[in-house]
Ligand binder design. Structure first.
Ligand code: SAM
Length: 348
């Protein structure tokens, strides 16, 4: 009986699947590796992700073919945007090949988030493979602060080179994400705004979040989006801009003199769960319906276990239809302590 239903459910019907709070499935973030060449102190601290840390083994991680198949299935379910992330996606060998495969899926907006360390040499190949846009993480322009945060002594200049290479390759506008953590880098907010204003790149400030359970997050560490906007506005007057689409994560602001725009991602102080249309696929093929989840659903077992595309579509649609996640709206001192999965594994 169940099998008959699987065979007859049309993709069009499934594409309208909504979760329990009426949200559709529109975005998929895919973590292509749990490894990273940085050890950002707030994300993959060395004390936890050191020499003895058990990263996933090769056979555990989804192959490019498996990722491409999953992507096609998600696209049939209504996903319009794919973001490749990690870990550091550019450390996965031959990533361009995966991008080429994904670019063949019709109607997808294909983008990637990177720390920029390998971008200067890879930007052109990524673009040629079919990548549309790129987001580069950069938490400070101050050499000492940046090196302390990435904790592998990586210089700012190399990331800036990567950003320029991406823009020249046509991956523009480049978005630049700065996570702001109080006491670490908030002095860098104005220098970053001054530096990127007028360049055509879009700088976005992200509130520091309690993802995972290794970063020792405290509410006091958060510099609110409101504070950030006020700080910039005092020196470089800003005005709000309408969102590009419903559910856009960043709140947009533009400089009144026309010299560009910035964004703020207020995931802690102004949670946007009610518009969240995002799912996440971990490096080893687990599906998560929230960044703050404590457990995922094993799609790899289906992908490797002989399930048909229709079976997998039905499984994903079933998971999505039961979704009730709204972690950021119900965050408390207690939820912060949950054993949430790490961002490097689930993908930022
Ligand atoms: N390695 C890539 C990069 O650096 O962009 C992709 C993965 S990284 C986990 C994605 C983004 O998540 C980065 O911009 C990083 O700064 C951000 N991130 C990590 N931990 C965070 C936290 N606790 N709060 C807010 N953003 C965080």
């Amino acid at each position: 009986m169940a099998e008959t239903r699987i065979a007859t459910a049309s993709p069009a019907a499934l594409a309208t699947t909504r979760d329990r709070l009426g949200r559709s499935l529109r975005d998929l973030r895919i973590s292509v590796t749990d490894r990273c060449n940085f050890r950002c102190v707030y994300c993959m601290p060395k004390e936890v992700f050191g020499k003895d840390y058990a990263f996933l083994e090769r056979k555990e991680i989804l192959t490019f073919e498996e990722i491409a198949r999953a992507t096609r299935i998600f696209s049939e379910l209504g996903v319009e945007k794919i973001r490749l992330t990690g870990g550091e996606p550019l450390v996965r060998r031959n990533l361009e090949q995966l991008i080429e495969m994904l670019a063949r899926v019709p109607g997808l907006d294909l983008t990637l988030t990177t720390n920029g360390s390998l971008l200067a040499r890879k930007a052109r190949a990524l673009k040629d493979a079919g990548l549309r846009r790129i987001t580069v993480s950069l938490d400070s322009l101050d050499e000492a602060v940046f090196r302390r945060l990435n904790d592998v002594d990586f210089p700012v200049a190399k990331v800036l080179e990567g950003i320029e290479a991406a823009a020249s390759a046509g991956l523009a506008p480049v978005k630049i994400n700065m996570v702001v953590k109080r006491g670490e880098n908030e002095d860098g907010i104005l220098p970053m705004a001054r530096f990127f204003r007028g360049t055509g790149h879009i700088l976005r400030f992200i509130e520091y979040m309690d993802v995972g359970h290794t970063n020792g997050w405290r509410m006091d560490d958060v510099v609110s989006a409101r504070e950030i906007v006020a700080m910039i506005d005092r020196e470089m007057p800003l005005e709000p801009v309408d969102p590009n689409y419903t559910g856009e994560v960043a709140e947009r602001w533009r400089y009144k003199d026309g010299s560009g725009e910035i964004g703020v991602i207020a995931s802690v102080t102004q949670a946007f769960c009610r518009d969240c249309t995002r799912a996440r696929l971990s490096t080893d093929g687990k599906l998560y319906t929230c960044l703050f989840a404590t457990a995922g659903h094993d799609l790899r077992a289906l992908l490797r276990g002989g399930a048909s595309d229709a079976d997998i579509r039905m499984a994903v649609s079933g998971i999505w239809s039961k979704r009730t996640d709204r972690y950021s709206e119900v965050r408390t001192a207690q939820t912060v302590k949950l054993q949430k999965i790490e961002m490097s594994y689930i993908g930022g």
